[in-house]
Design a protein around this ligand. Structure first.
Ligand code: TPP
Ligand code: SF4
Ligand code: MG
Length: 239
């Protein structure tokens, strides 16, 4: 169906507000904003966020940049926590404790460290059990929040603080893990990957499909980090 994406950007209120403390030019908030724009205004969201740059910079009790319900989870269990919340909502609806007609969407955000590495078993379990939720990995290619350490999403030969490129070693020596393929191997109703910048329409459409497809869905979104990638903000944001 034809639609005007630019108009949606103008008309839809951001569910992740300004005032958070992520670096200027960071791709992660753009990912969250665009994905949440795909939620219908009348629907409520429970967000679960693994520790990482996004989590520590958008929520510090009692302050929050999220307009929906938000759960700070540990580094390793964003998917497990949200799967429990989804099951609880289902049970409360079945027992009449929540109205049947109110639609709540369950969306987890985790960085590549929290998703490719430490949260992988939690993600795999939640996806395999088929909870009605979306897991979004914002992949900036390293553990940025703790000082740009390599993760299994870091590309081969990338220069990180734990894989410094120099005369002896040319950076990270291992290939990047293909997490999207691993998710495809879980036989989910919808799996997609895309970029945070340059093609917001693609991100928006994939988010809408993931959020409104029943069952466990996965989105892998590459998100630039000016600090970790060694770019000036204006060079990244110009495109
Ligand atoms: C069990 C555990 N180990 C280590 C940490 C420290 N820690 C907090 S955030 C973080 C890096 C997160 O990296 P990533 O998930 O890629 O998110 P990014 O910071 O890049 O957005 C680490 C190692 C922690 N909070 N918990
Ligand atoms: S260090 Fe990188 S990922 Fe973290 S807030 Fe800054 S730009 Fe974003
Ligand atoms: Mg990261």
């Amino acid at each position: 169906m034809a639609y005007n994406h630019k108009q949606i950007m103008v008309d839809t209120k951001s569910r992740l507000t300004s005032g958070h403390r992520m670096c200027a030019g960071c791709g992660a908030p753009a990912v969250a904003r665009m994905i949440l724009r795909a939620v219908k205004p009348e629907d409520h969201v429970v967000v679960s966020n693994a520790t990482g740059c996004m989590e520590v910079s958008t929520f510090l009790y009692p302050y929050t940049a999220w307009t929906d319900s938000f759960i700070h989870t540990a580094f390793e269990n964003a998917a497990a926590t949200l799967s429990g919340v989804e099951a609880a909502y289902k049970s409360m609806k079945a027992t009449g404790k929540l109205p049947e007609d109110k639609d709540t969407k369950f969306i987890a955000f985790g960085g590549d460290g929290g998703t490719y590495d430490i949260g992988l078993q939690s993600l795999s379990g939640a996806m395999e059990r088929g909870h009605d939720m979306v897991y979004v990995c914002y992949d900036n290619g390293a553990y940025m929040n703790t000082g740009i350490q390599r993760s299994s999403a870091t590309p081969k030969f990338a220069d990180t603080t734990t894989t410094p490129a120099g005369k002896v070693v040319p950076g990270k020596m291992q290939s990047r893990k293909d997490l999207t393929k691993i998710m495809v191997g879980h036989h989910l109703p919808y799996v997609a990957q895309t970029l945070a910048l340059n093609n917001f329409k693609d991100l928006y459409e994939k988010a809408e499909k993931a959020i409104y497809t029943k069952g466990a869905c996965f989105l892998n979104v590459m998100a630039p980090c000016p600090r970790g990638w060694g770019y000036n903000t204006e060079d990244l944001m110009r495109n």
